[in-house]
Design a binder for this molecule. Structure first.
Ligand SMILES: Cc1ncc(COP(=O)(O)O)c(C=O)c1O
Length: 313
């Protein structure tokens, strides 16, 4: 990997990916089996999350294919990190962005995305992320010429970002020692793309998906597939070896452990991922190298100061 001080990036987009891989010694100590546990620091991406990778790939692929033309606005449904990532990349490339979000999304999401110049359309807070998906499909169907709809749940560029980036990076950063890859499921892009890379190139690596164990859960960014619209990119056969069902409390407990004992203030999906990695490490042994993802920072879930010219400093 290149040292950060060696990087002279011609574009903000070049700062996406090549994230550090961090060893989690206190998690290894908890497991107590001699297995190693490492995590990709996706919060180090310029938009602050793993979703920078998917948004960059979807936008670049759409520009290259002539699908995203200067007369179009990019629209998608996301209450989460993908919205921040689209907004950042849209601002950097001059692509207008509109996002459909449930009305009850956090103030942090509203303030961060609108600071980049993004327009928000609100869907029913009672229908959650599935309601936002239905609404964006309706808006696009009514005026297809106006919009470019990447549809992160159906777009092969989403997992492709991880097939081309996250997977090979983990392989190189562990010098080919990785034995297990564990990741939670939102759009399923991270797990499908990274998992497919391992199965195509290093098939012995075990690929494990983590899902909240209940439809009503507190692991923001993740989906409980049995009660959700199934993403079209979800094709687990031959890629995903097993599923780990994660209670919200277990993910939150590990998030608290990470901030206090590792100095890692990460979001709750990251806590869920590391909790899943800990379970895998407990059943593994010396020589095993378990890798997971730290999706974003914990402070993303706080309300930032509104970006308001009226403020006097
Ligand atoms: C905080 C957080 N964690 C995890 C995920 C899951 O990633 P993916 O969409 O690649 O499955 C997402 C995105 O959806 C997210 O925003």
């Amino acid at each position: 990997m290149t040292a950060a001080t060696d990087i002279a990036a011609p574009s903000l987009l070049d700062l996406v990916g090549d994230t550090p891989l961090l060893r989690l010694k206190s998690i290894e100590a908890k497991a107590g089996t001699g297995a190693e546990v490492w995590a990709k620091c996706e919060f180090a991406n310029p938009g602050g999350s793993v979703k920078d990778r998917a948004a960059r790939q979807m936008i670049l692929d759409a520009l290259a294919a002539g699908l995203l033309t200067p007369d179009k606005t990019l629209i998608d449904s996301t209450s989460g990190n993908t919205g921040v990532a689209y907004s950042m990349i849209g601002a950097a490339l001059g692509v207008p962005i509109t996002l459909v979000m449930p009305a009850n999304v956090s103030a942090a999401r509203k303030h961060i995305t609108t600071a980049y110049g993004t327009t928000i359309i609100y869907s029913s807070e009672l229908e959650g992320s599935d309601g936002a998906i239905r609404m964006v499909r309706k808006i696009v169907a009514e005026d297809p010429a106006r919009w470019y709809f990447p549809d992160q749940y159906s777009n092969p560029s989403n997992p492709r970002a991880h097939y081309l980036g996250t997977g090979p990076e983990i392989w190189h950063q562990t010098a080919g020692r990785v034995t297990h890859f564990v990741a939670g499921i939102g759009t399923t892009g991270t797990l499908m793309g990274t998992g497919r890379y391992f199965k195509d190139h290093h098939a012995h690596v075990r690929v494990l998906g983590m899902q909240p164990d209940d439809a009503l859960h507190g692991l923001e960014g993740l989906k409980h597939l049995p009660s959700s619209i199934i993403p079209a990119i979800w094709a687990p056969d031959g890629v995903v070896d097993d599923t780990i069902w994660m209670p919200t409390d277990e993910g939150w407990d590990v998030s608290e452990h990470l901030v206090r004992d590792e100095g890692l203030f990460v979001g709750h999906s990251s806590g869920g991922n590391v909790a899943a990695a800990l379970r895998v490490a407990r059943a593994a042994g010396p020589g095993d190298v378990v890798v997971t993802i730290l999706c974003d920072r914990g402070d993303r879930y706080f309300a930032p100061l509104a970006w308001d010219r009226k403020n006097v400093y």
